[in-house]
Design a binder for this molecule. Structure first.
Ligand SMILES: [Mg+2]
Length: 376
């Protein structure tokens, strides 16, 4: 089963209303996806997380390494791509290009064997996953706190049992927003906060102290991702679990977070940190530190399904009869591409998603939608 074609697609969609978080605002969604076709006519899909034109350029750079190779040998191909690029791109967006190609190879392998990716990763440890709603971004509204509370209530109504909101505007505004949202959703819904590394250690510690009464399940990226030691220090100052990792690459980057005791929850992004092949290694590494993984997930149904298969395969550590909940990040902000690119549609039942059972990633990609959103 030799690799015959590799095609990239940049898809973009203008948002009806821009939204922002602590770092910048979004006015469009743009994504790079990749299709690998083999000489027996099978095709697999992958997606990269990061600036789409750069991911596309990276995939074009990597393509000659893969063409003509046996698509089933994805670990060997991963290493070939890594070895031939590490001199100039050990970290960063070229790893997202490797990630997209790696996910497409797993999709292909699943289709070739007629098995879901989660089974090929080693087996489905669970049949259902709990999605948490990612939303509650900022707007220029003069009644931001109450707008956020209304949005949070809509997620509860849809059946979500966990919700993540943005923080990082200012400590005062954050506390007001959290207080209003918590009052609206009641005490039984899990609530997480994400600063996207907006704060200094002093500020993050102060915010943690002020929001502890609101039962926060984790504080994500409180400080800058380079400051591994500050993450550790913050953990010693607060009872709120600390999460991070979406800006790390490869097992080497995630190892920094683990060995520095920086996080309670590790948030690898499969579409940027090295694909499913590397995510599986990071999971093994995290298990040696007893650290839980809840991947960062953003983008289309391709990225989301890759994460579902990965999470389905994660070991519960410690093992016990009544397994803890396994979460998946489910972005609920506007994304016209995500809505139509893949089938079947993601359906939540009683607050859970079923682990996909179809071959490969378990999705069909709608090529008409590609035509509709294609930029290059
Ligand atoms: Mg985040």
């Amino acid at each position: 089963m030799r690799i015959k074609h590799i095609e990239t697609f940049i898809l973009s969609d203008q948002l009806s209303e821009s939204f922002f978080f602590s770092q910048w605002s979004y006015s469009e969604r743009q994504i790079c996806i990749v299709k690998i076709t083999t000489d027996n006519g099978l095709s697999g899909w992958g997606e990269g997380y990061g600036p789409a034109p750069i991911i596309e350029a990276g995939i074009k750079q990597l393509t000659p390494i893969l063409l003509g190779q046996n698509a089933l040998e994805q670990e060997k191909l991963w290493f070939d791509m890594y070895r031939k690029t590490l001199d100039f791109a050990r970290r960063g967006v070229l790893v997202a290009s490797i990630s997209a190609l790696d996910i497409a190879l797993w999709d292909l392998k699943g289709k070739a064997f007629g098995q879901p990716v989660s089974v090929l990763l080693g087996g489905q440890q669970r049949k259902r996953i709990m999605p948490y709603a990612t939303g509650l971004y900022f707007s220029k509204s003069d009644k931001l706190a109450s707008d956020l509370a209304v949005e949070a209530a809509s997620y509860v109504k849809q059946g979500f049992k966990a919700i993540k909101m943005k923080v990082g505007l200012s400590i005062e505004i954050d506390v007001e927003n959290i207080k209003t949202v918590r009052a609206m959703i009641g005490k039984h819904i899990k609530l997480m906060v994400d600063a996207n590394h907006a704060y200094s250690l002093r500020e993050a510690a102060e915010l943690s102290r002020l929001i502890e009464p609101y039962d926060i399940s984790w504080f994500e990226e409180p400080v800058s991702p380079e400051f591994y030691d500050q993450y550790r220090q913050l953990r010693s100052k607060t009872s709120i679990p600390i999460a991070g990792g979406e800006c790390e690459y490869l097992r080497f980057g995630h190892h920094q977070l683990l060995k520095n005791e920086s996080v309670d929850i590790l948030q690898i992004d499969i579409c940027s940190a090295g694909g499913l092949t590397e995510a599986k290694r990071v999971a093994a590494l995290a298990s040696t530190y007893g650290v839980e993984i809840v991947p960062h997930t953003w983008g289309t149904g391709i990225a989301f399904h890759a994460a579902m298969h990965f999470i389905a395969n994660l070991e519960a550590i410690p093992g016990r009869l009544m397994s803890p909940e396994f979460y998946i990040e489910y972005d609920r902000t506007e994304n016209g591409i995500r809505e139509v690119l893949t089938t079947p549609k993601i359906e939540m039942r009683e607050g859970y998603l079923k682990v996909p059972t179809g071959p490969g990633l378990g999705i069909e990609v709608n090529e008409e939608a590609i035509h509709q959103f294609r930029k290059s």
